[in-house]
Design a protein around this ligand. Structure first.
Ligand code: ATP
Length: 229
C-alpha cells in the first residue's frame, strides 16, 4: 500500500500535489506530457525529496531513506541489464548486490527465470537474447526482489505493439502478489485499459485517484478528455 499524505513536490517552478492511498493491484499513472508523472516516481523512488508531506509504504514513512534502502523495485524503459554479466548474474543483482553465489540463491534465480519463461537461459549474456527475452530478464530481476511496491516506467515501450501487450500481461501476472502495489507509468491509454485495475491521473499540478479504470474511461473528466484528444 502506498500513501501520499499531503504531499507537495517541487521542481523549479513546477509544483505537484497529492493526497491519496493506492492499494494492492495494478495502478496506471497517466496524464499529459510535463504533467509530473516522472516527478512523482522520482519522489517515491527516493530521488527527489518532498517539499512537504509524507510518502508511506505499508505505513512506513520513507523520509530520509535513500533509494536503495526503500522497499521499492523499479523497472525502466530499457531494462538496464549489464551486458558483461550473464542473465543469471543480472537477476542475482536484484537479490544481493555484492554477495556471492550460494545454492539457495541459485535456486531462487532459476525459479524466477522459469516464471518469466527463460528456463535454461541463465548462462547467456543479454546480447545473446532477443528484445523480448531481455525484457523478461529485466522483469525477473524485479520479481526476485519481492518488494511490496513496484514502479514500472514505460517498461516495454521499445518493443513492438504485440510484444508490448504480451509483456505487460506477463508482468501483471508474475508480479501480482497479495498486498503488492504496482504503479505503471504509461503514455498509452491502451496499456492502462489492458492491465490496470485503477488509474492515477497526473494533470494540472495534482495527482487524482485512484480512479476505477473502467468508470474513468467510460466518463473521463476534463483533464483526461483533453489528454485523450
Ligand atoms: N530538474 C528540474 N528542474 C525544473 N523543472 C523540472 C525539472 N524536472 C522536471 N521539471 C519540470 O517539471 C514538470 C513535470 O515534468 P515530468 O518529467 O515529471 O512530467 P511527465 O509527466 O513525466 O512528462 P513526460 O510524459 O513528457 O515524460 C515539467 O514542467 C518539467 O519541465
Amino acid at each position: 500500500m502506498l500513501t501520499l499524505e499531503s504531499l507537495v513536490l517541487q521542481q523549479g517552478a513546477f509544483r505537484l500535489e497529492a493526497d491519496l492511498t493506492v492499494g494492492a493491484g495494478v495502478t496506471a499513472v497517466i496524464g499529459p506530457s510535463g504533467g509530473g508523472k516522472s516527478t512523482l516516481l522520482a519522489a517515491i523512488g527516493g530521488f527527489l525529496d518532498p517539499a512537504l508531506g509524507h510518502i508511506r509504504i505499508d505505513g512506513r514513512d520513507m523520509a530520509g531513506l535513500a533509494p536503495h534502502a526503500r522497499p521499492v523495485a523499479q523497472l525502466f524503459q530499457d531494462g538496464n541489464l549489464f551486458p558483461h554479466l550473464t542473465v543469471a548474474q543480472n537477476v542475482m543483482l536484484g537479490i544481493a548486490p555484492g554477495l556471492g553465489r550460494d545454492p539457495a540463491r541459485d535456486a531462487r534465480v532459476e525459479e524466477v527465470l522459469a516464471r518469466v519463461g527463460l528456463s535454461g537461459l541463465g548462462a547467456r549474456k543479454p546480447g545473446a537474447l532477443s528484445g523480448g527475452q531481455q525484457s523478461r530478464a529485466a522483469l525477473a530481476r524485479v520479481l526476485v526482489q519481492d518488494a511490496p511496491l513496484v514502479l514500472l516506467d514505460e517498461p516495454f515501450a521499445a518493443l513492438g505493439p504485440g510484444l508490448k501487450a504480451e509483456m505487460l500481461i506477463l508482468a501483471r501476472d508474475v508480479l501480482a502478489a497479495p498486498g503488492r502495489t504496482l504503479l505503471m507509468v504509461t503514455h498509452d491509454p491502451g496499456d492502462a485499459e489492458r492491465v490496470a485495475d485503477t488509474v492515477l491521473l497526473v494533470a494540472d499540478g495534482r495527482v487524482t485517484g485512484p480512479h476505477d479504470r473502467a468508470a474513468l474511461f467510460a466518463d473521463p473528466p476534463a483533464a483526461l478528455r483533453e489528454y485523450l484528444g
